[in-house]
Design a binder for this molecule. Structure first.
Ligand SMILES: NC(=O)c1ccc[n+]([C@@H]2O[C@H](COP(=O)([O-])OP(=O)(O)OC[C@H]3O[C@@H](n4cnc5c(N)ncnc54)[C@H](O)[C@@H]3O)[C@@H](O)[C@H]2O)c1
Length: 322
Protein backbone atom coordinates (compact mmCIF):
# COMPACT_ATOMS: atom_id res chain seq x y z
CA UNK A 1 0.00 0.00 0.00
CA UNK A 2 1.62 3.16 -1.19
CA UNK A 3 -1.13 5.74 -1.55
CA UNK A 4 -2.66 6.38 1.79
CA UNK A 5 -5.40 8.54 3.30
CA UNK A 6 -5.28 9.55 6.95
CA UNK A 7 -8.33 11.27 8.38
CA UNK A 8 -7.43 13.05 11.60
CA UNK A 9 -3.83 13.17 10.34
CA UNK A 10 -3.12 16.48 12.10
CA UNK A 11 -4.04 14.99 15.46
CA UNK A 12 -1.89 13.39 18.10
CA UNK A 13 -1.80 9.80 16.80
CA UNK A 14 -2.47 10.74 13.17
CA UNK A 15 0.58 13.01 12.91
CA UNK A 16 2.83 10.25 14.32
CA UNK A 17 1.37 7.92 11.71
CA UNK A 18 2.07 10.49 8.98
CA UNK A 19 5.68 10.73 10.11
CA UNK A 20 6.14 6.96 10.23
CA UNK A 21 4.59 6.43 6.79
CA UNK A 22 6.72 9.15 5.21
CA UNK A 23 9.78 7.30 6.50
CA UNK A 24 8.53 4.26 4.57
CA UNK A 25 8.15 4.09 0.81
CA UNK A 26 4.78 5.83 0.64
CA UNK A 27 4.06 7.55 -2.68
CA UNK A 28 1.12 9.79 -1.75
CA UNK A 29 -0.44 10.73 1.55
CA UNK A 30 -3.74 12.57 1.85
CA UNK A 31 -4.47 14.17 5.23
CA UNK A 32 -8.03 15.25 5.93
CA UNK A 33 -8.43 17.16 9.17
CA UNK A 34 -10.62 20.06 10.30
CA UNK A 35 -8.12 21.04 13.02
CA UNK A 36 -10.90 20.88 15.62
CA UNK A 37 -8.60 19.17 18.12
CA UNK A 38 -5.62 18.64 15.83
CA UNK A 39 -3.11 21.29 14.91
CA UNK A 40 -1.29 22.30 11.76
CA UNK A 41 1.90 22.55 13.83
CA UNK A 42 1.79 18.75 14.24
CA UNK A 43 2.25 18.34 10.48
CA UNK A 44 3.87 21.61 9.40
CA UNK A 45 7.31 20.01 9.15
CA UNK A 46 5.92 17.48 6.63
CA UNK A 47 3.84 19.81 4.47
CA UNK A 48 6.72 20.65 2.12
CA UNK A 49 6.98 16.98 1.23
CA UNK A 50 5.64 16.63 -2.32
CA UNK A 51 3.94 13.36 -1.41
CA UNK A 52 1.52 15.10 0.98
CA UNK A 53 -1.82 16.69 0.25
CA UNK A 54 -3.60 18.34 3.18
CA UNK A 55 -7.30 19.14 3.12
CA UNK A 56 -8.36 21.34 6.01
CA UNK A 57 -12.04 20.44 6.23
CA UNK A 58 -14.63 18.59 8.21
CA UNK A 59 -15.12 15.21 6.52
CA UNK A 60 -18.89 15.77 6.54
CA UNK A 61 -18.42 18.93 4.42
CA UNK A 62 -16.42 17.32 1.60
CA UNK A 63 -18.68 16.78 -1.37
CA UNK A 64 -16.55 14.62 -3.62
CA UNK A 65 -15.12 12.16 -1.12
CA UNK A 66 -15.48 9.19 -3.52
CA UNK A 67 -13.49 10.81 -6.31
CA UNK A 68 -10.95 12.07 -3.78
CA UNK A 69 -10.48 8.52 -2.46
CA UNK A 70 -10.28 6.96 -5.91
CA UNK A 71 -6.54 7.57 -6.37
CA UNK A 72 -5.60 6.01 -3.01
CA UNK A 73 -5.34 2.42 -1.89
CA UNK A 74 -5.81 2.46 1.92
CA UNK A 75 -7.60 4.67 4.45
CA UNK A 76 -6.71 5.14 8.11
CA UNK A 77 -9.81 6.69 9.67
CA UNK A 78 -8.78 8.44 12.89
CA UNK A 79 -10.86 11.62 12.77
CA UNK A 80 -13.26 11.76 15.68
CA UNK A 81 -14.34 13.79 18.66
CA UNK A 82 -11.90 12.49 21.30
CA UNK A 83 -11.13 12.98 24.98
CA UNK A 84 -13.46 12.98 27.94
CA UNK A 85 -13.33 16.74 28.42
CA UNK A 86 -13.88 17.40 24.70
CA UNK A 87 -16.78 14.95 24.53
CA UNK A 88 -18.50 16.47 27.59
CA UNK A 89 -18.02 19.97 26.14
CA UNK A 90 -19.18 19.06 22.60
CA UNK A 91 -21.79 16.41 23.26
CA UNK A 92 -23.95 16.32 20.14
CA UNK A 93 -21.25 17.54 17.73
CA UNK A 94 -18.75 14.86 18.70
CA UNK A 95 -21.42 12.17 18.71
CA UNK A 96 -22.61 13.10 15.23
CA UNK A 97 -19.09 13.42 13.82
CA UNK A 98 -18.19 10.00 15.13
CA UNK A 99 -21.18 8.43 13.41
CA UNK A 100 -21.82 10.53 10.28
CA UNK A 101 -18.22 11.20 9.26
CA UNK A 102 -17.35 7.56 9.77
CA UNK A 103 -20.30 6.42 7.70
CA UNK A 104 -19.28 8.81 4.94
CA UNK A 105 -15.71 7.47 5.00
CA UNK A 106 -16.98 3.87 4.82
CA UNK A 107 -19.21 4.75 1.86
CA UNK A 108 -16.24 6.28 0.02
CA UNK A 109 -14.13 3.20 0.83
CA UNK A 110 -16.91 0.99 -0.50
CA UNK A 111 -17.29 3.04 -3.70
CA UNK A 112 -13.54 2.96 -4.37
CA UNK A 113 -12.94 -0.54 -3.02
CA UNK A 114 -10.18 0.42 -0.60
CA UNK A 115 -9.66 -1.09 2.87
CA UNK A 116 -10.13 1.05 5.97
CA UNK A 117 -8.69 0.92 9.47
CA UNK A 118 -11.01 2.34 12.15
CA UNK A 119 -9.64 3.57 15.47
CA UNK A 120 -12.17 2.55 18.08
CA UNK A 121 -11.60 2.74 21.80
CA UNK A 122 -11.36 0.86 25.08
CA UNK A 123 -14.37 2.97 26.11
CA UNK A 124 -16.58 0.44 24.28
CA UNK A 125 -16.02 -1.96 27.21
CA UNK A 126 -17.56 0.64 29.54
CA UNK A 127 -17.14 -0.58 33.11
CA UNK A 128 -16.93 -4.28 32.15
CA UNK A 129 -16.34 -6.44 35.19
CA UNK A 130 -13.73 -8.86 33.76
CA UNK A 131 -10.23 -8.31 35.15
CA UNK A 132 -8.69 -8.28 31.70
CA UNK A 133 -10.70 -7.03 28.73
CA UNK A 134 -10.30 -9.26 25.67
CA UNK A 135 -11.89 -8.45 22.33
CA UNK A 136 -14.82 -10.70 23.30
CA UNK A 137 -15.41 -9.22 26.77
CA UNK A 138 -19.03 -8.22 27.36
CA UNK A 139 -19.46 -4.48 27.36
CA UNK A 140 -21.12 -2.78 30.32
CA UNK A 141 -21.91 0.80 29.49
CA UNK A 142 -24.09 2.98 31.66
CA UNK A 143 -27.53 4.43 30.97
CA UNK A 144 -28.02 7.07 28.28
CA UNK A 145 -28.56 9.66 31.02
CA UNK A 146 -24.82 9.37 31.77
CA UNK A 147 -23.72 11.27 28.71
CA UNK A 148 -20.05 10.31 28.91
CA UNK A 149 -21.10 6.97 27.40
CA UNK A 150 -22.10 8.70 24.16
CA UNK A 151 -18.47 8.42 22.99
CA UNK A 152 -18.46 4.66 23.64
CA UNK A 153 -21.85 4.23 21.97
CA UNK A 154 -20.76 6.21 18.89
CA UNK A 155 -17.64 4.08 18.47
CA UNK A 156 -19.74 0.92 18.96
CA UNK A 157 -22.02 2.09 16.16
CA UNK A 158 -18.91 2.64 14.00
CA UNK A 159 -17.78 -0.90 14.74
CA UNK A 160 -21.23 -2.31 13.97
CA UNK A 161 -21.41 -0.43 10.66
CA UNK A 162 -17.90 -1.63 9.73
CA UNK A 163 -18.63 -5.25 10.61
CA UNK A 164 -22.04 -5.23 8.91
CA UNK A 165 -20.60 -3.84 5.69
CA UNK A 166 -17.80 -6.40 5.93
CA UNK A 167 -20.30 -9.23 6.41
CA UNK A 168 -22.13 -8.00 3.30
CA UNK A 169 -18.86 -7.99 1.36
CA UNK A 170 -18.93 -4.22 0.87
CA UNK A 171 -15.84 -2.98 2.72
CA UNK A 172 -12.63 -4.46 4.17
CA UNK A 173 -12.30 -2.98 7.67
CA UNK A 174 -9.70 -3.44 10.40
CA UNK A 175 -10.85 -2.28 13.84
CA UNK A 176 -8.49 -1.36 16.64
CA UNK A 177 -9.55 -0.48 20.18
CA UNK A 178 -6.95 1.86 21.61
CA UNK A 179 -6.25 1.98 25.35
CA UNK A 180 -4.89 5.27 26.73
CA UNK A 181 -2.23 6.17 24.19
CA UNK A 182 0.37 8.75 25.19
CA UNK A 183 3.29 10.59 23.60
CA UNK A 184 4.91 13.99 23.25
CA UNK A 185 2.35 15.67 20.94
CA UNK A 186 -0.70 14.85 23.04
CA UNK A 187 -2.55 17.96 24.21
CA UNK A 188 -3.65 18.41 27.81
CA UNK A 189 -6.62 20.67 27.17
CA UNK A 190 -9.09 17.92 26.22
CA UNK A 191 -8.69 16.09 29.51
CA UNK A 192 -5.79 13.69 28.81
CA UNK A 193 -4.33 12.81 32.16
CA UNK A 194 -0.59 12.40 31.47
CA UNK A 195 0.05 15.72 29.68
CA UNK A 196 -2.20 17.47 32.22
CA UNK A 197 -0.22 16.15 35.19
CA UNK A 198 3.16 16.85 33.57
CA UNK A 199 2.26 20.42 32.60
CA UNK A 200 0.98 21.15 36.11
CA UNK A 201 4.10 19.60 37.68
CA UNK A 202 6.47 21.61 35.47
CA UNK A 203 4.77 24.79 36.74
CA UNK A 204 4.66 23.58 40.37
CA UNK A 205 0.86 23.87 40.20
CA UNK A 206 -1.54 21.54 42.02
CA UNK A 207 -2.12 18.20 40.31
CA UNK A 208 -5.85 17.53 40.25
CA UNK A 209 -6.99 13.92 40.52
CA UNK A 210 -10.60 13.09 39.64
CA UNK A 211 -11.94 10.65 42.23
CA UNK A 212 -9.70 9.12 44.91
CA UNK A 213 -6.85 8.17 42.55
CA UNK A 214 -7.19 4.43 43.14
CA UNK A 215 -8.51 3.90 39.60
CA UNK A 216 -5.85 2.33 37.39
CA UNK A 217 -4.98 2.71 33.72
CA UNK A 218 -2.44 1.17 31.37
CA UNK A 219 -0.64 3.57 29.06
CA UNK A 220 0.88 2.80 25.66
CA UNK A 221 3.50 4.66 23.66
CA UNK A 222 2.25 6.29 20.46
CA UNK A 223 5.10 4.93 18.30
CA UNK A 224 4.20 1.37 19.31
CA UNK A 225 0.62 2.06 18.26
CA UNK A 226 1.67 3.49 14.91
CA UNK A 227 3.84 0.43 14.23
CA UNK A 228 0.83 -1.79 14.95
CA UNK A 229 -1.41 0.25 12.63
CA UNK A 230 1.09 -0.07 9.78
CA UNK A 231 1.59 -3.80 10.38
CA UNK A 232 -2.16 -4.55 10.52
CA UNK A 233 -2.64 -2.89 7.14
CA UNK A 234 0.31 -4.86 5.71
CA UNK A 235 -1.05 -8.21 6.90
CA UNK A 236 -4.56 -7.31 5.68
CA UNK A 237 -6.27 -8.26 8.93
CA UNK A 238 -9.71 -7.48 7.52
CA UNK A 239 -12.84 -8.15 9.55
CA UNK A 240 -10.81 -8.39 12.78
CA UNK A 241 -10.91 -6.38 16.00
CA UNK A 242 -7.75 -5.83 18.05
CA UNK A 243 -7.08 -4.33 21.44
CA UNK A 244 -3.97 -2.16 21.31
CA UNK A 245 -2.55 -1.35 24.69
CA UNK A 246 -0.28 -2.47 27.42
CA UNK A 247 -0.88 -4.73 30.41
CA UNK A 248 1.27 -2.82 32.92
CA UNK A 249 -1.14 -0.88 35.15
CA UNK A 250 -0.63 2.19 37.29
CA UNK A 251 -3.08 3.92 39.62
CA UNK A 252 -3.73 7.56 38.91
CA UNK A 253 -2.34 8.47 42.35
CA UNK A 254 0.90 6.59 41.60
CA UNK A 255 1.02 8.27 38.21
CA UNK A 256 0.76 11.71 39.85
CA UNK A 257 3.56 10.77 42.27
CA UNK A 258 5.73 9.44 39.43
CA UNK A 259 5.24 12.69 37.49
CA UNK A 260 6.17 14.78 40.56
CA UNK A 261 9.29 12.64 41.06
CA UNK A 262 10.38 12.77 37.40
CA UNK A 263 9.89 16.55 37.20
CA UNK A 264 11.38 17.23 40.62
CA UNK A 265 8.28 19.32 41.25
CA UNK A 266 6.84 20.98 44.35
CA UNK A 267 3.27 20.33 43.14
CA UNK A 268 0.70 19.07 45.62
CA UNK A 269 -1.86 16.43 44.73
CA UNK A 270 -5.48 17.49 45.25
CA UNK A 271 -8.66 15.46 44.75
CA UNK A 272 -12.11 16.32 43.37
CA UNK A 273 -15.02 13.94 42.81
CA UNK A 274 -15.96 13.11 39.23
CA UNK A 275 -19.36 14.69 39.87
CA UNK A 276 -17.76 17.96 40.92
CA UNK A 277 -15.64 18.00 37.76
CA UNK A 278 -18.08 16.72 35.13
CA UNK A 279 -21.47 16.98 36.84
CA UNK A 280 -23.93 14.20 37.51
CA UNK A 281 -23.79 12.66 34.05
CA UNK A 282 -20.46 10.96 34.70
CA UNK A 283 -19.21 7.45 35.46
CA UNK A 284 -15.67 6.13 35.19
CA UNK A 285 -14.20 2.62 35.08
CA UNK A 286 -12.08 1.59 38.06
CA UNK A 287 -9.63 -0.34 35.91
CA UNK A 288 -8.95 -0.54 32.21
CA UNK A 289 -6.54 -3.29 31.23
CA UNK A 290 -6.49 -4.92 27.81
CA UNK A 291 -5.89 -8.50 26.85
CA UNK A 292 -3.30 -8.14 24.06
CA UNK A 293 -2.67 -11.76 23.08
CA UNK A 294 -4.49 -11.33 19.78
CA UNK A 295 -2.54 -8.34 18.49
CA UNK A 296 0.74 -10.01 19.51
CA UNK A 297 -0.27 -13.24 17.80
CA UNK A 298 -1.23 -11.49 14.53
CA UNK A 299 1.67 -9.05 14.35
CA UNK A 300 4.43 -10.75 16.36
CA UNK A 301 4.99 -7.37 18.05
CA UNK A 302 4.82 -6.42 21.74
CA UNK A 303 4.57 -2.95 23.28
CA UNK A 304 8.09 -1.76 23.98
CA UNK A 305 7.93 1.10 26.52
CA UNK A 306 7.19 1.21 30.24
CA UNK A 307 5.54 4.08 32.09
CA UNK A 308 8.82 5.47 33.48
CA UNK A 309 10.26 5.81 29.98
CA UNK A 310 7.07 7.39 28.65
CA UNK A 311 6.77 9.97 31.42
CA UNK A 312 10.48 10.88 31.21
CA UNK A 313 10.29 11.28 27.45
CA UNK A 314 7.18 13.50 27.56
CA UNK A 315 8.72 15.60 30.36
CA UNK A 316 11.88 16.12 28.28
CA UNK A 317 9.94 17.05 25.19
CA UNK A 318 7.79 19.59 27.11
CA UNK A 319 10.91 21.10 28.70
CA UNK A 320 12.53 21.43 25.26
CA UNK A 321 9.45 23.19 23.86
CA UNK A 322 9.62 25.88 26.57
N1 LIG B 1 -5.42 8.93 22.32
C1 LIG B 1 -6.00 7.88 22.84
O1 LIG B 1 -5.63 7.42 23.94
C2 LIG B 1 -7.13 7.17 22.12
C3 LIG B 1 -7.79 6.13 22.81
C4 LIG B 1 -8.82 5.48 22.17
C5 LIG B 1 -9.17 5.80 20.88
N2 LIG B 1 -8.53 6.81 20.25
C6 LIG B 1 -8.97 7.13 18.87
O2 LIG B 1 -7.84 7.41 18.05
C7 LIG B 1 -8.17 8.40 17.08
C8 LIG B 1 -7.14 9.53 17.13
O3 LIG B 1 -7.17 10.11 18.42
P1 LIG B 1 -6.07 11.16 18.94
O4 LIG B 1 -5.76 10.81 20.33
O5 LIG B 1 -4.99 11.31 17.94
O6 LIG B 1 -6.98 12.48 19.02
P2 LIG B 1 -6.87 13.87 18.26
O7 LIG B 1 -8.00 14.70 18.78
O8 LIG B 1 -5.51 14.42 18.38
O9 LIG B 1 -7.14 13.44 16.75
C9 LIG B 1 -8.39 13.49 16.10
C10 LIG B 1 -8.20 14.33 14.85
O10 LIG B 1 -9.40 14.30 14.07
C11 LIG B 1 -9.68 15.63 13.63
N3 LIG B 1 -11.14 15.66 13.42
C12 LIG B 1 -12.11 15.52 14.35
N4 LIG B 1 -13.32 15.55 13.79
C13 LIG B 1 -13.12 15.72 12.45
C14 LIG B 1 -13.98 15.81 11.33
N5 LIG B 1 -15.32 15.75 11.46
N6 LIG B 1 -13.43 15.97 10.09
C15 LIG B 1 -12.07 16.05 9.94
N7 LIG B 1 -11.21 15.95 10.96
C16 LIG B 1 -11.73 15.79 12.21
C17 LIG B 1 -9.18 16.52 14.75
O11 LIG B 1 -8.91 17.85 14.36
C18 LIG B 1 -7.91 15.79 15.17
O12 LIG B 1 -6.78 16.22 14.44
C19 LIG B 1 -9.61 8.83 17.38
O13 LIG B 1 -10.48 8.13 16.52
C20 LIG B 1 -9.83 8.36 18.81
O14 LIG B 1 -11.19 8.06 19.07
C21 LIG B 1 -7.53 7.53 20.83
Amino acid sequence: MKKIIITGGAGFIGSSLVQALLEKDVENLLIIDDLSTGSESNISSFLNDKRIEFINSKIEDIENLDSLFSSYDFCYHLAAGVGVQYIMDNLSDSLLTNILATHKVFEACQATNIPVLLTSTSEVYGVAEDDIWTEETKSLIGPTTKLRWSYAASKMIDEFIALSLYEEGKISPIIVRLFNIIGPNQLSKYGMVVPKFIEAALKDEDILIHGDGSQSRSFTWVEDVVNYLIKLAEIKAYGEIFNIGQTEEITIKDLAELVIFKTNSNSKIIYKSHEDVFGKAFEDPKRRTPGIDKIIEFTGMKPTKNIEFMVENIVDSKKNKK
